[in-house]
Design a protein around this ligand. Structure first.
Ligand SMILES: NC(=O)c1ccc[n+]([C@@H]2O[C@H](COP(=O)([O-])OP(=O)(O)OC[C@H]3O[C@@H](n4cnc5c(N)ncnc54)[C@H](OP(=O)(O)O)[C@@H]3O)[C@@H](O)[C@H]2O)c1
Length: 312
């Protein structure tokens, strides 16, 4: 297949490009940076320089690549996202995922692409109903700023993609990425916080997290090129788990001291309401649909094994 890839120089992109090339795909990968473009070329992609916010140039590049499929692995989030200071980071990310993704979708249609795959996350569900939910569960669109507006922007992006009549639009809602290059890697931001005992179990720690190893992110993306009806898919491992279980296990896996336990009122003061909601009320995601319809199975079925293998 001919593929036009965005985000090829990101955490997933660096793994995805060689995997796509090895699977026999012809990959055109866009970057704003010459150094990243050189790296993409070394991995076997055809690099092009451009910005998804520049709609005219983007459209020319996508049309020239004549892609069968377009992959949107765009983000603009810092590795060390401080939960007290998310407003500017979210605004940048929302712009890329709303405006940039809108431009990319329009360019894919102009180029006659048949399939469009987009990255999103499966940890934005509303704190209601069962502890592990499927794709039809409501999203937490009524959270306070900056989260609510950001989640609404992500929901609108998804709807535009899956409603596209001109192409098959699939949104892969990934769990928290872990593995090389991520914030959970041994040298990553989360690991540093946990080592300094700054990543506590908050309240009863009942918020359910869904994880996915970066190699499984790549595997699911490649599987979704060939299989799956238009729609949204949770892509995470088989073992969504509460914060009170995974934080101590993660600390052990990286050789860090056991986490502190802090009350909700203190965490709300120190880290803000969103972190507290995540830590105490977040819903996990079921990967049932992705396994059934994408023909994909996570190699790392549980973070319990994955943390030890990826981080030990
Ligand atoms: N599910 C999850 O857990 C999840 C999901 C998303 C992100 N994250 C986290 O967020 C952090 C950053 O993720 P990441 O590595 O993917 O981000 P990144 O390293 O910032 O990469 C983002 C990618 O998007 C491209 N991009 C951004 N803006 C663009 C624009 N205007 N035009 C064209 N391309 C553009 C970048 O291309 P160039 O810079 O080469 O132009 C780059 O390839 C990591 O810590 C990651 O773990 C986590």
């Amino acid at each position: 297949m001919r593929i036009f890839l965005t985000g090829g120089s990101g955490v997933i992109g660096w793994l995805l490009v060689p995997a796509l090339v090895a699977a026999g795909h012809e990959v055109t990968a866009i970057s704003r940076r010459q150094d990243a473009a050189d790296g993409l070329a070394a991995q076997g992609a055809q690099p092009v320089i451009g910005d998804v916010l520049d709609v005219d140039r983007l459209t020319d590049l996508v049309v020239a690549a004549r892609p069968d499929a377009v992959i949107q692995h765009l983000t603009s989030l810092p590795q060390d996202l401080n939960p007290r200071d998310t407003k500017a980071a979210f605004a940048r990310n929302d712009r890329i995922r709303s405006h940039g993704a809108g431009n990319l979708l329009a360019a894919a249609k102009a180029a006659g692409a048949r399939r469009y795959l987009a990255q999103n996350v499966c940890f934005l569900y509303a704190a209601a109903g069962p502890s592990v939910v499927g794709e039809d569960a409501p999203l937490a669109t009524d959270m306070p700023e900056p989260y609510g507006p950001s989640i609404r922007a992500h929901a609108a992006m998804e709807q535009r993609i899956i409603d596209s009549a001109e192409l098959e639009g699939l949104v892969l809602r990934f769990g928290f990425w872990y593995g090389p290059g991520t914030t959970f890697a041994a040298g990553g931001y989360t690991a540093r916080q946990v080592r300094r005992r700054r990543y506590p179990v908050i309240g009863d720690g009942a918020g359910v997290f869904s994880f996915v190893h970066v190699h499984d992110v790549v595997g699911a993306t490649i599987a979704a090129l060939a299989q799956g009806a238009p729609g949204v898919y949770n892509v995470c491992d088989d073992d969504p788990a509460p914060a009170r279980e995974w934080i101590p296990a993660y600390a052990r896996a990286i050789g860090a001291p056991a986490p502190r336990h802090v009350p909700v009122w203190l965490a709300r003061l120190l880290a803000g309401p969103y972190v507290v909601t995540q830590a105490t009320q977040m819903r996990g995601a079921s990967n049932h649909k992705a396994k059934e319809q994408l023909g994909w199975t996570p190699k790392y079925a549980s973070w319990r094994q994955g943390f030890v293998e990826a981080l030990g």
